[in-house]
Design a protein around this ligand. Structure first.
Ligand code: NAD
Length: 402
């Protein structure tokens, strides 16, 4: 029969996913977008012509492919009717809105997929599904499979490059008939690249979320900031110094230690996917990094990071110059949907995380929030995070018997 999938979102990733999946035989694709008038304008674009996806396979091999989703709507009931798989392809702060919109229509044995999930997606999804969670499965990808951007809304999207490999974890409800093989179907939808690597448990993928990277670098660069206006935006990765690299390395040590303690307490759980950030760079950016000798050099010489700048906003009175933007997603998302989730898992494992605590404490001040108090996650704004505790996961048993 036909595989029916739903793509939630209306941004770069959602365009790419919708256009790519619509090219596959026996796959029907629908799109649910709740943001502003995106559903209307995308529908209008489709009345005129199919979508075009310009795919870059290599430097001198690009291809334009035409395809169209069968429906773009803001109506969650129409969107979910008879659907087998639901992809969430939006920034993490928008997940909750989509989960709440679709949860009452979700059928048994539906697979929900965070593409990417970002830390805490599973906790939030399980909570939103309520009793249905046992009949469904929740998968989470560690990143988006492609670099992509919209050229013209609803009409044209560019797939600039494929990742070579990509980790995914699946959390299967005890009464569902889904299996890890459900991920094979997703591989078919995406095509040859990236090659999926199934990571054995979802807690490991939460600890490996890439939201680990930005906050320590922000803290290291700006912790002594006194409001001065800069004439240029500093380089984010190429400008990493020993201190910033040291902070990221320590955060990574705390995460790896958390995994190790969980592994010691639960012999049947495989946490081997949790590795130090330097080892991860060496593996994932093997060809892009020219100096692998240490974390600082690896980041400075990673071609994939060429020219990326610190998030800055206009600063000086004369409209010239820049000041740091502490509300950019490097802090606004990567702390409540990243470091705080990892800290929450560490708390459950009984692991101290002094460096992570220091960085959360600094970041929450910039954001005007309170997540952590001292070294405990008891701040008044904890409900705005995706720490497991927010959803009632308080012990290792809770974590591993969803
Ligand atoms: P995007 O910035 O294109 O997403 C914008 C879309 O999000 C909007 O079109 C809208 O549908 C929704 N949205 C925005 N503000 C909203 C709001 N206030 N309320 C509800 N919905 C809102 O994002 P993207 O580029 O598709 O990326 C999706 C995820 O993939 C992100 O987590 C991103 O970090 C990650 N990612 C993207 C790329 C890429 O190449 N685009 C690469 C790697 C990872």
């Amino acid at each position: 029969g036909t595989l029916k999938i739903l793509v939630c979102g209306g941004g770069n990733g959602a365009h790419c996913m919708a256009a790519l999946a619509s090219c596959r035989p026996h796959v029907e694709v629908r799109v649910l977008t709740l943001y502003k008038d995106e559903a209307e304008s995308w529908t209008k674009a489709l009345e005129e012509d199919d979508m075009t996806i310009s795919i870059t396979y290599s430097e001198n091999h690009t291809e334009d492919v035409k395809s169209r989703p069968s429906l773009v709507t803001k109506d969650p009931e129409k969107a979910t009717d008879g659907i087998h798989m639901i992809f969430f392809t939006v920034p993490a702060f928008a997940h909750e809105q989509y989960l709440n919109a679709i949860s009452k229509y979700v059928l048994d044995n539906t697979l929900l997929i965070g593409l990417p999930g970002q830390a805490g997606f599973e906790f939030q999804a399980v909570k939103a599904l309520g009793t249905k969670a046992k009949q469904c499965a929740v998968a989470s990808f560690e990143s988006l499979p492609w670099a992509c951007r919209i050229m013209e809304f609803g009409r044209h999207v560019q797939l600039l490059g494929f990742k070579e490999s990509l980790g995914a974890a699946i959390l299967i409800g005890s009464k569902s008939n889904l299996t890890a093989h459900s991920l094979d179907i997703i591989q078919f939808i995406f095509g040859e690249n990236p090659v999926f690597k199934v990571i054995n448990n979802y807690v490991a993928i939460n600890l490996m979320a890439k939201s680990i990277i930005h906050p320590p670098l922000m803290y290291g660069r700006w912790r002594g900031y006194k409001g001065e206006v800069l004439q240029e935006k500093p380089l984010f990765y190429q400008g990493v110094d020993e201190e910033q690299a040291g902070l990221l390395s320590k955060v990574s040590d705390e995460v790896v230690n958390t995994a190790k303690v969980i592994q010691d307490k639960r012999k049947n759980i495989d946490m081997s996917a949790v590795i130090h950030i330097l080892d991860w760079y060496r593996e994932y950016y093997c060809h892009e990094i020219s100096d692998h000798s240490c974390l600082m050099k690896a980041m400075q010489t990673n071609k994939a990071y060429d020219g990326l700048l610190h998030p800055m906003k206009p600063g000086g009175d004369d409209g010239k110059g820049f000041i740091p933007d502490f509300h950019y997603r490097y802090t606004r998302e990567d702390v409540p949907f990243g470091l705080v989730v990892m800290k929450g898992i560490a708390e459950i494992a009984g692991v101290e995380t002094p460096t992570i605590d220091t960085i959360i404490t600094w970041a929450q001040k910039q954001l005007g929030k309170e997540f952590i108090v001292g070294n405990r996650l008891t701040g008044k704004d904890m409900n705005e995070t995706r720490a497991p505790q927010v959803y009632g996961f308080e012990t290792l048993d809770h974590l591993f018997h969803v």
